[in-house]
Design a protein around this ligand. Structure first.
Ligand code: ADP
Length: 488
């Protein structure tokens, strides 16, 4: 069994609230392998009591953790990083097993997750404030950076390790304590990471995790939203849930980082290097089967390049190998669940009904399994189609032909979302014009793989606010305190 793991203790199968424990009511829910829909594990189905217990623990642990010198907190995070790296193979298999991405991508995600832990271990020691040049005599003025307090982290299923790392590492580095609820489809990777954090020496109470089924997600999270002791919510997920969190946390005015859905444009101008553009699109679009919030959702190709680009792309899409994550050759795994495949199918049918042409794929791959969809290339897409308005979150490339730069900028920006955008051009003036005109938090210029721990990740418009990673990433977990000393 290629996805079996060597260290059984990386599957604690319980909540961690200062210690490993069952949900108070004793309920559990099943975790299924998306490749086969078979149940292979279960975890606690937590409720209000568990959420409150986790918060009590995080609140009690906060004073000592914030008081610990940053260098010591950094050492704990470095050990956590080392343990994640040392267990890369097991963690990669676990990700692939519960999430479905090909094993090479599962391993890659572990390295990516660790890079954030290492980065924030280093940043922890540089959370310096300012000595301010006082504008009046007899005073000294300072700005200190302080941890905000207890952070609630709510994560999605598409990157079960990276999303946890990207939230928890900066929170711990800043001196915050954490309560966390991972996505119901992929709780096991998150629990394994917490197990390694415990092993790294994160003190009891500093980092707590409770798992819950979809039905109980709101029950758990509402406890944290309503409680004034939670000072910050860090969420990655859908825009409707993000808006709900913002509304419900308004009464206690929590700080929020929301990384929500995108609707990324990918633009290929006539002057682009078409082979590079095809390579970039393949990387950006088909990573994790298209189930990433920075996946290109709308592809615009200028008229002069359109046919040549579509021909090159069709050959590459048709050659993609679909199969279970454990087959080393697989490039596209199963979608996360049946709901996801239904949505992809609806988008393709809607596009075809409205005049799009299927060049490659276009249908489910029932022979491979219930949750598989064929890598699909559509041409003749337009703005009226569901695939242009909603994130498809699957292996579907809808191509729209355009004539002018102004027209494509207007089309690219005509969405409430603004997470990633990509374009390919070799004209240096156009590169700056277009990069500045696109309404997005991240822009790939002749590049399809953008994310890096050293870069700020986050959106504009309804894709949310806050930035993860980079030298700015700690700021989301800290506030500035101004000190003014007089009578000097
Ligand atoms: P997706 O549709 O990709 O699953 P969601 O936004 O629904 O994205 O889920 C992201 C995270 O938000 C998951 O951990 C999920 O359990 C959680 N979640 C879903 N609904 C709610 C809710 N009403 N309140 C709080 N958290 C929720």
């Amino acid at each position: 069994m290629p996805l079996s793991i060597r260290r059984d203790d990386l599957l604690p199968g319980r909540n961690f609230i200062g210690r490993w424990c069952e949900a108070r009511q004793g309920r559990r829910f099943d975790v299924a392998d998306p490749a086969t829909d078979t149940v292979f594990a279960s975890v606690p189905d937590s409720g209000e009591d568990d959420a409150r217990a986790a918060l009590d623990a995080a609140h009690a642990a906060f004073p000592a953790w914030r008081a610990m010198p940053a260098k010591q907190r950094a050492q704990v995070l470095k050990r956590w990083n080392d343990l994640i790296v040392a267990n890369q193979e097991d963690l990669g298999r676990l990700i692939s097993r519960e999430q479905g991405k090909p094993l090479a991508e599962g391993r890659g995600e572990v390295a990516y997750a660790a890079s954030y832990v290492e980065w924030f271990a280093e940043e922890a020691t540089r959370a310096n404030g300012d000595v301010i040049a006082a504008p009046v005599a007899g005073r000294r003025m300072f700005a200190l950076k302080e941890p905000v307090g207890v952070v609630a982290a709510i994560t999605p299923w598409n990157f079960p390790a990276a999303m946890i790392a990207r939230k928890i590492a900066p929170a711990l580095a800043a001196g915050c304590t954490v309560v966390c609820k991972p996505a119901e489809d992929t709780p096991l990777t998150s629990l394994a990471l917490i197990k390694l954090a415990e092993e790294a020496g994160v003190p009891p109470g500093v980092l707590n995790i409770v798992t819950a089924s979809r039905e109980r997600a709101a029950e758990v999270v509402d406890v944290w939203l309503d409680d004034p002791r939670v000072r910050k919510i860090s969420f990655t997920g859908s825009t409707p849930v993000g808006k709900h969190l913002a509304r419900r946390s308004a009464d206690t005015l929590k700080k929020l980082s929301l990384e929500l859905g995108g609707n990324a444009p990918f633009i290929v101008f006539d002057d682009a290097d078409l082979d590079a553009a095809v390579d970039g699109l393949m990387v950006a679009k088909f990573r994790n089967g298209g189930q990433t919030c920075v996946s290109p959702n709308r592809v615009f190709v200028q008229a002069g390049a359109h046919d040549a680009f579509v021909d090159k792309l069709a050959a590459r899409v048709a050659a993609l190998k679909v199969g279970p994550a454990g087959d080393e050759g697989s490039q596209i795994g199963p979608m996360i669940n049946a709901r996801a495949v239904d949505k992809i199918e609806r988008h393709v049918h809607d596009a075809v009904e409205r005049g799009a042409r299927v060049v490659v794929g276009g249908q489910r791959l029932a022979a491979v399994g219930r949750n598989y969809f064929a890598p699909t290339l559509l041409t003749g897409a337009d703005a009226t189609m569901a695939c242009a308005c909603e994130e498809t979150f699957g292996p579907v490339v809808p191509v729209t032909r355009f004539e002018s730069e102004d027209e494509v900028i207007a089309a690219a920006n005509s969405t409430p979302f603004g997470l990633a955008a990509y374009f390919y051009s070799s004209d240096v003036r156009r590169i700056w014009r277009v990069a500045e005109a696109l309404e997005a938090g991240l822009v790939g210029i002749n590049e399809g793989a953008l994310a890096a721990e050293a870069a700020p990740f986050g959106g504009v418009k309804e894709s949310g606010y806050g930035r993860e990673g980079s030298v700015h990433g700690l700021d989301d977990y800290m506030h500035l305190k101004y000190l003014c000393q007089g009578q000097l």
